[in-house]
Design a protein around this ligand. Structure first.
Ligand SMILES: [Fe+2]
Ligand SMILES: [Fe+2]
Length: 371
């Protein structure tokens, strides 16, 4: 007998998860959906790709590691986890400091959009594919992301808002990425997602008084899902050595620089949020980059030299240029805007040209979450 799940946390497939109340708009949330609709360099995007190329991947070269990973996803250790239970503390949204409330809601909306972006991409791959290995993997990953997005929408609902995910699916612009760019970008976003969530989780374990919202209690299991998704992309890349050698190493460096610097700039837009958590944003950034770099050695032949004297300086220039850009957008100063854009581009090139650290990639790819 197949009983339909009533919560996205209990769903066994992505279709079932999307049919639950967590994915239905219940309140008028035009503002939240408008935020999620934004397509800038810094906001989460929706992606599409050449699905036939992905479908043609032959995983036999990594069969043992692949089967172990799929076995864990099939066993579904986090089924039923992503919903409120007795650990969910009441939140007094009315009396939350307005600055913190605005930044935290922005954090939840952008996280929900990012989770849902993964869901949409993975679900589409599963729908279009015929390769059993590939469709099975993408079905499991889409299921997980639908649960994550549904859970964040649960949290937002308590503040009286929800992101209309059905509307986003239909109306948000899709950015086309060649499959190899999808591998680099998605692999990194899964692994950096793991590093971000586990760093916050460990920090709040040590400082429970700073846990101003219960959702952080769910971050440990949450990030093991993301870790597994990253493992899958590492194995997909492993099937074709060309993807991580030759000229592609420059692309890897580009994506590492873009993903790290975007995170840095974005996090600095939320000072009240990080202060409430008791986290120094510069420390947090470096800590997350260090973990992500350590993990990405499993597949990438280079890591960024984040201890280089130009690294932190460059990030700060980029962040300042970005803040000025936003300010000039608001006040309509076109010269100021162009100037800030040029400074941002120069800062990015400066970061990109820091010599990378080369190393050998291990024969066996698979890692377990270690932080
Ligand atoms: Fe996720
Ligand atoms: Fe994920």
């Amino acid at each position: 007998m197949n009983i339909q799940a009533t919560h996205s946390a209990d769903a066994t497939t992505v279709e079932e998860a999307l049919a639950t109340p967590q994915h239905q708009p219940v309140v008028d949330s035009k503002g939240a959906t408008a935020v999620a609709m934004q397509n800038t360099l810094l906001t989460p995007r929706f992606y599409t790709t050449d699905f036939d190329t992905l479908d043609a991947i032959d995983v036999s070269a990594v069969r043992d590691e692949w089967d172990t990973l799929i076995g864990t996803m099939k066993a579904d250790p986090n089924k039923g986890h992503f919903k409120k239970n007795e650990d969910w503390d009441h939140i007094d949204w009315e009396n939350m400091a307005p600055g913190l409330k605005a930044e935290f809601i922005d954090f939840l909306i952008s996280s929900c959009t990012a989770e849902f972006s993964g869901c949409v991409l993975y679900k589409e791959m599963k729908r279009r594919g015929n390769n059993k290995d590939i469709t099975e993997l993408f079905q499991f990953m889409a299921r997980d992301e639908a649960r994550h997005a549904g859970f964040i929408n649960d949290a937002l609902r308590e503040a009286g808002i929800a992101v209309n995910l059905g509307f986003l699916t239909q109306k948000k612009k899709y950015t086309y990425f060649r499959p190899k760019f999808i591998y680099y970008a998605t692999y990194l976003s899964e692994k950096i997602g793991y590093a971000r969530y586990i760093t916050i989780f460990r920090h709040l374990e040590q400082n429970p008084d700073k846990r101003f919202h219960p959702i952080f209690k769910w971050f440990k299991e949450w990030c093991s899902d993301e870790f597994r998704h990253g493992e899958a992309f590492a194995l997909l890349m492993k099937t074709d050595p060309k993807l991580t050698s030759g000229v592609n190493v420059y692309w890897i460096k580009f994506f590492l620089t873009a993903v790290y610097s975007t995170m840095y700039v974005r996090d600095h837009q939320r000072p009240a949020f990080h202060e409430a958590l008791g986290v120094d944003t510069d420390w947090y950034g470096q800590e997350v980059f260090r973990k992500t770099s350590e993990i990405s050695r499993q597949i990438f032949p280079i890591t960024l030299d984040i201890d280089h004297p130009r690294w932190m300086k460059g990030l700060k220039h980029l962040q300042k240029a970005n803040a000025d850009l936003a300010r000039h957008k608001d006040n309509g100063n076109i010269f100021g805007r162009v100037g800030a854009m040029v400074r941002a581009a120069v800062a990015f090139v400066g970061l990109y040209t820091i010599p990378a650290v080369r190393h050998n990639v291990p024969g066996e790819t698979r890692l377990e979450p270690a932080y």
